[in-house]
Design a protein. Structure first.
Length: 132
């Protein structure tokens, strides 16, 4: 049975459970060796990707990432900094384990986390073997 195009598009824009903006922010934080202030994030986003994200959208995304436990926010009287709570590899491993746990009771739904319209590819099968 075919995957609904909307589900396929949703999957493509939700890599590791993160939307496009969240994934870009996490990639930025994972690439840094120190916590970043909000101003530093804005500057780096503009220089790396040429984007001017709206303040409300960016702050909302940072709050969501903090609530999800993906980032750590440190505050002093004068500055608030943001850093990744774990490495990219750890984040991806945790996401994969969460997907397995979520779908363990309904094995048919596990198939939905792979972006395919036919049988599982050798790569998908190997990925499942790694997870199990």
């Amino acid at each position: 049975h075919c995957i609904d195009k909307r589900q396929e598009v949703k999957f493509l824009f939700k890599k590791y459970g993160l939307n496009h903006l969240s994934l870009q922010l996490m990639e930025l934080l994972w690439s840094m060796d120190k916590p970043l202030s909000y101003e530093e994030i804005i500057t780096l986003v503009k220089s790396k990707w040429g984007k001017n994200w709206k303040t409300r959208k960016l702050k909302s995304c940072l709050v969501d990432l903090q609530k999800a436990g993906a980032i750590i926010v440190s505050e002093t009287i004068t500055i608030r900094t943001y850093c990744a709570a774990c490495t990219k590899g750890e984040f991806i491993d945790n996401w994969k384990k969460e997907q397995i746990e979520n779908y363990l009771n309904e094995p048919g739904r596990l198939y939905g986390i792979f972006p395919t319209t036919g049988k599982l590819s050798e790569q998908d099968i190997e990925e499942l073997r790694k997870l199990l």
